[in-house]
Design a protein around this ligand. Structure first.
Ligand code: HEM
Length: 488
């Protein structure tokens, strides 16, 4: 499997931090109250019941080191998502866990997620990932928005929001991303031609990785990395080899863009990309811009490419659904007369398919917050400062939350089912995924182009489970056969 560039800390459940090779610092900010303070946002499912103490929450939290040992013995690191499902089955909708020195409360119900996010405070904080902050400290690099906290995070995030996630940026992003999508189609046609078999059977993960890198690169830098046009390019290796490569690449792009901004007046009117827009805006320091751009670049590749891979896997397993989506795309294309922005507004089932992929195969196994006030969940008191995790993978497969959860049904997102705090693949609130708009658009355009040009089939009866390697990956390669719809 391809080397992972970087993964948002957001996608890491608590237990992932307890790999023995890693240092095991104490959880910061986990303050415990012995007394029972006033509780806000409390939900009392049964008013006659006394709220139970924190120490009454069921779970494995009394002996962190023994839990760590057992977790390791059961190969829990690769199976974190399944371990969480198992724990919810054993303990119910809330459990406490201590693995090594890390401690958390885990929840699964959408209504409880609502309580959690209300208590995230003005500066929401996720689990701190020492391995990544250590790298920055070691290299003396600044943290970007992914790793910053407090007022510094908020200041940067508000400015980045405008350039990266506000609805207005779509007008600028769509033409760039659409071009990458069209190039991908050309590339697949070439692969089919080269195969000499009229079809192409492959593990698409490398190609999707390039597609995602090219997409995010084009939006951030306003220019193409041309990965899809060149095979084995040096720039590609720079990107995948390590963080060093990513930082160097960001450095080079910043220098290029500076040079262009000084020399090139002819490019006026053309969207220059997120990086140049931030430089022109002149509200963040260059070091801050560089740090966040680098994180956007690195965090925006595996996430979308793996989600697309899972989606193709599901579409290959459901040919009728694939056909239904193709019809939706075709109707959207003709009714919007080629206007891609309009088209994106007319593909609800495609959007449902992506939500469904994230429900069954979420990039993030859990979402986490350190709560900033005392809350009551499932009638248990949880003190301010506690790390609370919402088990996203477990929630997506819980029959109490989703009807027939094992079935891939994009139409469930159209209207029929309750959607309250159920679609959380990109997180929630002011700390939600900054790249969400890029990711959604990039993935929608990918599916549009693929469905308009190819049929995707599976090799044989194929059931692929996921394994946890910082994000959820297919346990084995997913081999797909891609056939052109029309002879070229
Ligand atoms: C399928 C695609 C993606 C998924 C499912 C995903 C998921 C997530 C999740 C769950 C979070 C944490 C949110 C929270 O704690 O509430 C997050 C944060 C983040 N994501 Fe994504 N992500 C995706 C794609 C991207 C892309 C394409 C980029 C960059 C272009 C990106 C950049 C970030 C950044 C910078 C953060 C941290 C934001 C902050 O801390 O303020 N992500 N993502």
């Amino acid at each position: 499997m391809m080397m992972r560039l970087q993964v948002c800390p957001s996608v890491l459940p608590l237990s992932a931090l307890c790999r023995p090779a890693w240092p095991l610092p104490r959880v910061l900010g986990a303050r415990r109250c012995s007394s029972m303070p006033a509780v806000r946002h409390a939900v009392y499912p049964d008013h006659s019941r006394m709220v139970q103490a924190f120490s009454e929450i069921p779970g494995l939290w009394r002996n962190g080191l023994a839990n760590l040992y057992n977790f390791w013995k059961l190969d829990g690191f690769r199976n974190i998502h399944r371990v969480m499902v198992h724990n919810f089955k054993t303990f119910g909708p809330i459990y406490r866990e201590k693995i090594g020195y890390y401690e958390s409360v885990n929840i699964i119900k959408p209504e409880d997620a609502a309580i959690l996010f209300k208590a995230e405070g003005h500066y929401p904080r996720r689990l701190k990932v020492e391995a990544w902050t250590s790298y920055r400290d070691y290299r003396n690099r600044k943290y970007g928005v992914l790793l910053k906290n407090g007022e510094d995070w908020r200041f940067n995030r508000v400015i980045l929001n405008r350039e990266v996630i506000s609805p207005k940026v779509l007008d600028d992003f769509v033409p760039l991303l659409d071009e990458v999508g069209r190039d991908f189609v050309v590339r697949v046609h070439k692969k089919i031609e080269r195969s000499g078999q009229g079809q192409w059977t492959t593990d698409l993960s490398h190609e999707l990785f390039k597609y995602a890198l090219e997409s995010v690169g084009s939006v951030l830098y306003g220019e193409r990395l041309a990965l899809l046009r060149r095979l084995g390019a040096k720039i590609w290796r720079d990107h995948v080899e390590a963080w060093d490569g990513i930082f160097n690449q960001a450095d080079r792009c910043i220098q290029n863009i500076y040079r262009t901004m000084r020399q090139d007046t002819s490019a006026q009117g053309k969207y220059p990309g997120v990086l140049a827009s931030l430089l022109l805006l002149d509200k963040l320091s260059i070091e801050d811009i560089k740090a966040s751009i680098t994180e956007l670049m690195a965090g925006g590749v595996d996430t979308t490419s793996i989600t697309l891979l899972w989606t193709l896997y599901e579409l290959a397993r459901h040919p009728d659904l694939q056909e239904e989506l193709r019809l939706e795309v075709s109707a959207a294309r003709s009714s919007s007369q080629g206007d891609v922005m309009q088209m994106l507004k007319r593909i609800p089932l495609i959007k449902g398919a992506l939500k469904e992929s994230l429900r069954l195969h979420p990039v993030a196994v859990s979402l986490q917050r350190y709560i900033t006030e005392d809350i009551v969940i499932q009638n248990y008191h949880i003190p301010s400062g506690t790390l609370v995790q919402l088990g996203l993978y477990a929630m997506g497969r819980d029959p109490g939350v989703f009807r027939r959860p094992e079935q891939y049904q994009p139409s469930r997102w159209l209207r029929t089912e309750n959607q309250y705090f159920r679609s959380l693949g990109f997180g929630f609130g002011p700390r939600q995924c900054l790249g969400r708009r890029i990711a959604e658009t990039e993935m929608q355009l990918f599916l549009i182009h693929m469905l308009e040009n190819f049929r995707v089939e599976k090799q044989r009866q194929m059931e692929v489970r996921s394994t946890f390697e910082l994000i959820l990956l297919p346990e084995k390669p997913i081999l797909l056969t891609i056939k052109p719809l029309h002879s070229s």
